[in-house]
Write a protein that binds this ligand. Sequence first.
Ligand code: SF4
Length: 343
Amino acid sequence: MEARKPGEEILRVEDLVVHYKIRAGWVRAVEGAKFSLNRGDTMGLVGESGCGKTTTGYSIAQLLPDNAYIKGGKIHFLGEEILSKTLLPDGRVDKFNEYMRKLRWKRISYIFQGAMNALNPVLKVGDQIVEAILAHEKVDEETARERVKELYKLVGIPPDRIDNYPHEYSGGMKQRAMIAMALALNPDLIIADEPTTALDVIVQDKILGEMTRLQRELGMTMIIITHDISIVAEIANKMSVMYAGQIVERGTTRHIFKRFAHPYTKGLLGSFPSIVGEKRRLEAIPGSPPNLLNPPSGCRFHPRCPYAQEICRTEEPPEVEVEPGHFVKCHFAEKFFKEWHGG
Ligand code: SF4
């Protein structure tokens, strides 16, 4: 395997557009998403449900359903543009594409929402991970089993549990096993979609702590898809905030938590107590996300934005760099940046 250079660019998504065809028309699920990750980065992709986070993750791993069409954009993974190699002429994902089949698991692994329920109930958990290794690497079974034991130690499961069946594991252990499976082939990128939402808060905390430790120890590159901004604060060094199919703010987690400049991010952080201080009441963002069959004109957030002006209803805002590496998609980004943070 080629040497892995710390800090090298792993992933660059440029102007990604994904629409779903349904009977009522086209759902504009992702419109113009862009971000990049270097080796060792963990990026939180955060937003309300239905905002396009999972569609973005599925586009990178090319796991989109048949009615999804990638209408535009580029995805560079390890220096190669993958969409031009893998999509069907109409923009749908080619499920049998050989190039992508090799990338998936080996280079990109995906921890699905509720992944712990994806374990096959009639096979021993360890055997399922061994099989995944044998399917992608030329190693013998004994070597694969040894690797699984090492992975179990890494994710905090006693190695002698590899011969148990899924029903003998707790929810937290199953989720740890899924993380071990995701790590098994030492991928360059892990996409974890709401990795802990099905677990109770204490187990959730433990698993997140474990993932943060693994991330640091192994220098993993990860995208965490979540609606929970506190998870991003805990684990991610970068973040992208999505609203109604668009990335409205992106940059380092530190910059965005301290110097957010998009009204939607302000609202999200307003519902996160430690950012705004003890005394302030938590604010929910009024209204609900728009129907992406017919998204609002101009800025998609304008029907809910307390700062909306006439221009917001008619013109789509540009993405503005308010400080190096910190981008905000709002007509008044620079003004808010100065007003809110005295910049
Ligand atoms: S562009 Fe206008 S509506 Fe959109 S977030 Fe900025 S101020 Fe609000």
